[in-house]
Design a protein around this ligand. Structure first.
Ligand SMILES: [Zn+2]
Ligand SMILES: [Zn+2]
Length: 347
């Protein structure tokens, strides 16, 4: 079968011929239906070999970590699955480290390597899942909607779920960046909380999408005016919660400064920005509040978002491409002009 792979560290991905995987003991093979493309796929192409190896990565490997499809082959020792059943695959975790047993599988000590990052992922007709623990049943949910939920959707859910208690009747939540993750965050805020939702982005298309998905107000760009724009809309208090899916200097500084005392700023976007500290951090951080960052999502996050989508309460805004268009799809992702997530479909 064809697989879209990173051939060696620091090289451009290409289609290669590889054998169709076979399910060994305790394993499952999925016939891939849809794969969401992630910004981290682009970063993987430039990761130095020393860093890749320190994470436990082996090249070549097949890209694609937002995977859905149909159960194709079930290894011995696996029960509860049926051939042909629709499934998605959540972020991998070991299930027995200190973090996993506490339900924090996003912080799993073995979570640095998995399908599509250092091991074979889903940009191929079939993918091997080494433990059924990672498999989430779709019920009747469309695999195209499900694929981006396993990472982009579940990651956005993790952030919203973490700050739900701050979002009461009179609250305001700010989403910075209404792209692949932020467009999910807008929906989770609307479904899970009564908060007024304000979305910021540079792109009109993304702001229109955020409005369609339920943002009460959308504002263009983040800069020096942003803190006042938020204060004006929150009786001078500031936002109860800011979730930053961009993470550059401008969004971090405005986002942290716009949080009310006791509120929270969450950094999700890996834009590489910093918090500037004139006068020190003491007066800069939200008084009595929280500043946090995280990566990824737990198994429970993935199950929750698929349940919400299965009930029709959220959807995945996607642009679909076939396998021959994978390069075009990555180019569009790099240019930042996708409407929602790029999803590659296989037939
Ligand atoms: Zn990802
Ligand atoms: Zn673990």
């Amino acid at each position: 079968m064809r697989a879209y792979r990173i051939p060696t560290f620091e090289s451009t991905p290409e289609w290669q011929d590889v054998p169709v995987p076979v399910a060994g003991f305790g394993q499952v093979v999925i016939r891939v239906a849809a794969v969401g493309l992630c910004h981290s796929d682009l970063a993987m192409q430039t990761i130095p070999a020393a860093l890749g190896e320190s994470l436990g990565w082996v090249a070549p490997f097949t890209l694609g970590h937002e995977i859905s499809g149909y159960v194709h082959d079930i290894g011995e020792g696996v029960d509860g699955l049926t051939i042909g059943e629709g499934v998605a695959v959540a972020s991998p975790s070991c299930g027995h480290c200190w973090f996993c047993v506490r339900g924090e599988s996003n912080n799993c000590v073995k979570g640095t390597v998995g399908r599509g990052f250092g091991d074979d992922g889903g940009l191929a007709a079939y993918v091997l899942v080494k433990t059924p623990r990672d498999i989430v049943k779709l019920g009747g949910l469309d695999p195209v909607i499900a694929a981006p939920l396993t990472d982009a959707g579940a990651t956005a859910f993790h952030g919203v779920n973490r700050v739900r208690e701050l979002l009461g009747a009179e609250s305001t939540a700010v989403v910075i960046g209404a792209g692949g993750l932020g467009s999910f965050a807008v929906q989770f805020l609307r479904v899970l909380t009564p908060a007024r939702v304000i979305a910021f982005d540079m792109s009109d298309d993304k702001l229109n999408l955020a409005s369609e998905l339920g943002a009460h107000e959308v504002l263009e760009g983040v800069g020096e005016a942003t803190v006042n724009e938020i204060r004006e809309r929150t009786a001078g208090r500031g936002a109860d919660v800011v979730l930053d899916f961009v993470g550059i200097d401008a969004t971090i500084n405005a986002g942290v400064a716009a949080v009310r005392p006791g509120g929270a700023y969450g950094l999700v976007g890996a834009g590489g920005g910093s918090l500037s500290t004139p006068g020190g951090w003491y007066h800069l951080l939200p008084r009595d509040g929280q500043v946090f960052s995280y990566q990824g999502s737990t198994l429970a996050d993935a199950e929750s978002v698929i349940a919400l989508a299965g009930r029709g309460l959220i959807t995945s805004p996607v642009e679909t491409f076939n396998a021959d268009q994978v390069e075009e799809a990555y180019t569009r992702l790099h240019e930042g002009n996708l409407r929602g997530r790029a999803v590659i479909t296989f037939d």
